[in-house]
Ligand binder design. Structure first.
Ligand code: GTP
Ligand code: MG
Length: 326
């Protein structure tokens, strides 16, 4: 197989501390609130920055102005270049033909696919199935690749992987070896693990990165303490780091998200659906899962840029995710 082009370059960048007027204490406050790179400062509003970092608005304006000088805002790309990159996109089977069809043939590389739904709706089951499927040969809808998983709720179960691998006729031990899992203990740790994943993937064939759950730490920490704007800033940055992994490795990014009272509100507070919007704007595919009868789940595609909305029925059994018998 031809070696795929790396689509994003990594460069030594200017750090927050390097900006004129930012001392150690200010830098620390900025970092704590998610402003931990130059670009996040360059696009900040003076008001948010001054409130979050406890500095005057005048100082905030100056910091933003100098961040803009140093920010690597990226370049314009021709449609031809974008098309070239799009041609590298591969699709990973979910285990259900119904669901694959709904999302245009499977989960796409270079994109984030989000599964959201209430507890027990099957999000973790789907993540574990995707991990198994990614190790399968391409003829079976897999990538024949290794998998990285960030587990924030300690719900990864090797026993489940073994069941699912056997059902696909794969060697369960080999499958377990190809799936590497890291526990994330809080939102900061979760963010750092994506950087670690980018390191880990260098020179390796890793085409699936899973975060289960994307939002649980952010939500818990926000309910406990901290500012909403700071959390959103961090979540936004996290989503972009994930997307970067997807572009660098031509990988699928699959994440889960819980719902609270309403499916459009992710932070438990119906007056503050913004966390949900941040996730929503960066995830290319969003799939809403609902429980149905007898192990069945309804999967609904929401807000896709180029596919019609619609829903399909899938099932969760001991063998994993599949189509219900018709
Ligand atoms: P939260 O993480 O709590 O938000 O839920 P989730 O959406 O991740 O739910 P999860 O994927 O863990 O789904 C759990 C459900 O999957 C169980 O309640 C069962 O209905 C189903 N399930 C899990 N394992 C098996 C299995 O071995 N056999 C069958 N038939 N169903 C299973
Ligand atoms: Mg779960």
């Amino acid at each position: 197989m031809a070696k795929e082009e790396k689509t994003v370059k990594e460069e030594k960048k200017v750090e927050v501390e390097d900006l004129p007027g930012v001392g150690e204490a200010t830098a620390e406050k900025l970092r704590e609130n998610g402003y931990d790179d130059i670009l996040s400062l360059a696009v900040a509003s003076p008001k948010d920055l001054s409130e979050l970092a406890g500095i005057g608005e005048g100082a905030a304006v100056k910091i933003i102005a100098s961040a803009r000088k140093f920010a690597d805002v990226g370049n314009f790309e021709s449609g031809e270049e974008i098309m070239k990159r799009r041609q590298l996109v591969k699709k990973l089977t979910s285990g259900s033909k119904n669901l694959d069809e709904l999302i245009g043939g499977g989960l796409e590389t270079q994109s984030i696919t989000e599964f959201f739904g209430e507890f027990g709706s099957g999000k973790t089951q789907i993540m574990q199935q995707l991990a198994v499927n990614a190790t399968m040969p391409e003829e079976m809808g897999g990538f024949n690749c290794d998998v990285l998983m960030i587990d924030t709720e300690n719900t990864f179960r090797p026993e489940r992987i073994i069941q699912m691998a056997k059902a696909k006729g794969l060697d369960p031990d080999e499958t377990l070896r190809r799936i590497q899992v890291a526990r994330a203990y809080n939102s900061h740790h979760q963010i750092l693990l994506v950087e670690k994943a980018i390191e880990e993937a260098k020179g390796r064939n890793i085409k699936l990165l899973i975060v289960d759950s994307l939002t649980s730490h952010f939500r818990a920490e926000f309910m406990g303490r901290g500012s909403l704007a700071g959390r959103q800033q961090m979540l936004n940055r996290h989503m972009h780091d994930l997307l970067k992994f997807g572009l660098l490795n031509n990988a699928v990014i699959a994440v889960t998200n819980q719902v609270s009272a309403r499916p459009d509100v992710f932070f438990g507070d119906p007056t503050a659906p913004i966390g949900g919007n941040i996730v929503g704007h960066t995830a290319t595919f969003r799939i809403y899962l609902r429980k149905s009868k007898a192990g069945r789940r309804i999967a609904r595609l929401i807000d896709s840029p180029n596919l019609p909305e619609g829903e399909v029925v899938i099932q969760v059994t001991e063998d994993g995710i599949s189509d219900p018998p018709s």
